[in-house]
Design a protein around this ligand. Sequence first.
Ligand SMILES: *[C@@H]1O[C@H](CO)[C@@H](O)[C@H](O)[C@H]1NC(C)=O
Ligand SMILES: *[C@@H]1O[C@H](CO)[C@@H](O)[C@H](O)[C@H]1NC(C)=O
Length: 326
Amino acid sequence: MFTTLVTLLSLSSLSLASTSPLLNHDFPDPSILLDSSGTYYAFATSLLSTSPQKNIQVASAPSPLGPWSYIETDPLPNPGSWTAGPGSLTWAPSVIQLSQNSYIMYYSGQLSGNNSAYHCIGAAKSTSPTGPYSPLSQPIACPLSLGGAIDPSGFYDPVSGDRFLVYKVDGNSIGHGGSCGNTVSPQISTPIILQPVAPDGMTFIGEKVTILDRTEEDGPLVEAPDLWYDEPTGTYVLFYSNHCWSEQGYSVNYATSKDLTGVYKRASKGSLIATGDGLGVVAPGGASAVVRVGGDNGKNRTSIVFHGNCPEGRCLFGVDINIGVS
Ligand SMILES: *[C@@H]1O[C@H](CO)[C@@H](O)[C@H](O)[C@H]1NC(C)=O
Ligand SMILES: *[C@@H]1O[C@H](CO)[C@@H](O)[C@H](O)[C@H]1NC(C)=O
């Protein structure tokens, strides 16, 4: 007899009560790090409308659900000589901790000159989670003919002990128009790539694999990948966003696999968080998962942070999620 295992994600009813932003700042494309000190750090896309401008934003908290404190320093004062420089569009950072005083930030840097319509993936090192991070002199992933690359996210696989980078090939940047530049035929693919990296977090080793790509139901794109391993169910969960970030259809979705390299199966119930659902967040996207140590009664929980529309722009939200098997 065959048993079908389906991993179901749902939002914790505890968190459903609170749907207001955790930080009243424009803080798009957040990612979360649990530092070895026990402090949580969230990182977000550049803020160029303020003086001084920030290439990357950072905030800290004792728990993913807050209270969050905005940190006024720019963790990435220089996005690298291969970018258009400080004050250019630096998007969707992700930070991993390699050891006690060793951190890597991945980010999407804007190219200069004739290539300024494109982004590529950079990496930068720091001895402190809040920086300053020093960039490498070259991007680590830059498939320009495919549209460049954005939305990097580091993943440590607890099963193999190996490190990976996931990112989006930014196909819609070379699309033919419409929503996010890619709803006019012929539509360009926006694959989500899984790239094995060495223990240094930056050296690419082994073959990259495409673990997801856009289909008709996604609109112009899939993007903002974030991988999570659920130990109790032995399941890899790939969070991603689809539709266009500037429209209400942007949403948080997930696909699951028993193997890291896939095949990732999309949730049959559709989006995890979307405009108009019970959570009440408009245009949610950019989810990033983390363990919430100690939970509410000493038992670890899984939380995600993500962004949603707010008066300031796109604010930080967070909820607990339940991962179950039926
Ligand atoms: C940028 O494009 C223009 C027009 O195609 C060309 O003349 C120029 O050489 C290019 N610059 C660089 C740095 O490639
Ligand atoms: C809770 O999570 C922390 C951080 O990952 C881990 O060190 C700890 O062992 C976990 N506790 C339990 C009871 O699983």
